[in-house]
Design a protein around this ligand. Structure first.
Ligand code: FAD
Length: 315
């Protein structure tokens, strides 16, 4: 996984997608249609989410394995540490390496919603997980002779709900960089200025790793509403009003895609080295966004256009 795409002016913008493991055979079938469509756009990697405490460990590993065996895509495996002991996590990291994973997004995971403290002996912060990944990597150095594991981490354009301040978030990001993070992907945000401020604060504090904006296609009102509950990120009221006022799904799709493209372009103008699209396992919105973005990437938009055309023909 190339986490340093901003090395030259002409370097391509890194493109990646987030997927989650399917929860049923029907969802798996839809997901695989999405995967095949996204594959045509030649992303740099696709990330696969992982439930807090490893709730979907088996389905995550199965999806990652299939991506490696059946597609040309490179998976970035999310891994959460809350609720697991270092021994359990070391075994999972070993399993990931054994099937060929070379990129891990090291996360703490959300705390249990009932307010119960994490299990005794579990790792406390994402930083602890990075340390563990680097230790496992050292033990496996013979296996990893072709290169080290790329470790990504989360970054927050708006304050993490448990954090005292945005400056504290940047200190945490710096700590994660010092522990060996290679790049960061941001939480969803709604204003480009929030991403730009994060870049400015992070650079001033000494963070040098690429900070890739995580962009969610703003095409589903329901999803946007849930975002506030799940991630503590409140959607922009004006966008919500416009989506709610749309007459039908097609109009809503256009409004959402245009707003997403504007945000992504503004983030790129602010110096974003890539784009990470939260797909929610659907390709249509992601491909529409991609189609409207003029990414400096060879053939990228023609691939996307072909894929969008196929989707439209099928529907
Ligand atoms: P940390 O960096 O450990 O931070 C957690 C809290 O502890 C923060 O408030 C921070 O300020 C504080 N903190 C951290 N280190 C220190 C320190 N050294 N000293 C003092 N305070 C500290 N969740 C999932 O369950 N599965 C996923 O697959 C998943 N994928 C995600 C992908 C992305 C790109 C993002 C942005 C988030 C994702 N999340 C996922 C959500 C994430 O798990 C939550 O946001 C979680 O609450 C924090 O995770 P973190 O890795 O940022 O934790």
């Amino acid at each position: 996984i190339d986490a340093h795409p901003q090395l030259s002016e002409t370097a391509p913008v890194a493109l990646s997608y987030e997927l989650f493991p399917p929860r049923s055979p029907a969802a798996a079938e839809t997901l695989w249609t999405t995967i095949r469509e996204l594959e045509t756009t030649e992303p740099d990697y696709v990330s696969v989410t992982y439930g807090a405490s490893g709730s979907n460990r088996d389905t995550a590993l199965e999806l990652i394995n299939r991506l490696l065996v059946e597609t040309t895509l490179r998976p970035l495996a999310h891994l959460t540490c809350v609720g697991n002991t270092p021994q359990e996590l070391a075994a999972i990291i070993g399993d990931l390496l054994d099937i060929g994973v070379r990129g891990i997004l090291a996360l703490r995971g959300d705390l249990p919603q009932d307010g119960a403290p994490p299990a005794a002996g579990s790792l406390r912060y994402a930083q602890d997980l990075i340390d563990l990944i680097r230790r496992v990597e050292q033990r496996r150095s013979a296996l990893l002779c072709a290169g080290k594991i790329a470790v990504g981490v989360a970054a927050y354009p708006t304050r993490h709900p448990e954090s005292p301040s945005e400056d504290h978030d940047v200190e945490v990001l710096l700590a994660k960089q010092r522990s060996g993070a290679d790049f960061a992907i941001t939480q969803v945000f709604f204003e480009a200025s929030q991403y730009e401020d994060l870049l400015t604060r992070a650079r001033r504090a000494g963070v040098t790793i690429p900070i890739i904006p995580g962009v969610m296609p703003f095409t589903s009102l329901r999803r946007l509403k849930r975002l506030g509950e799940l991630a503590g990120v409140e959607p922009a009221p004006r966008l919500m009003d416009r989506l709610a006022a749309a007459d039908n799904d097609i109009e809503r799709l256009h409004i959402g895609v245009d707003a997403t493209v504007d945000l992504a372009n503004a983030a790129l103008d602010a110096g974003a080295p890539g784009l990470h699209l939260y797909t929610f396992n659907e390709h249509q919105s992601a491909l529409e966004v991609l189609d409207k973005l003029a990414l400096p990437r060879h053939n990228r938009s023609s691939h996307a256009r072909a894929a969008v055309a196929r989707t439209q023909l099928a529907s």
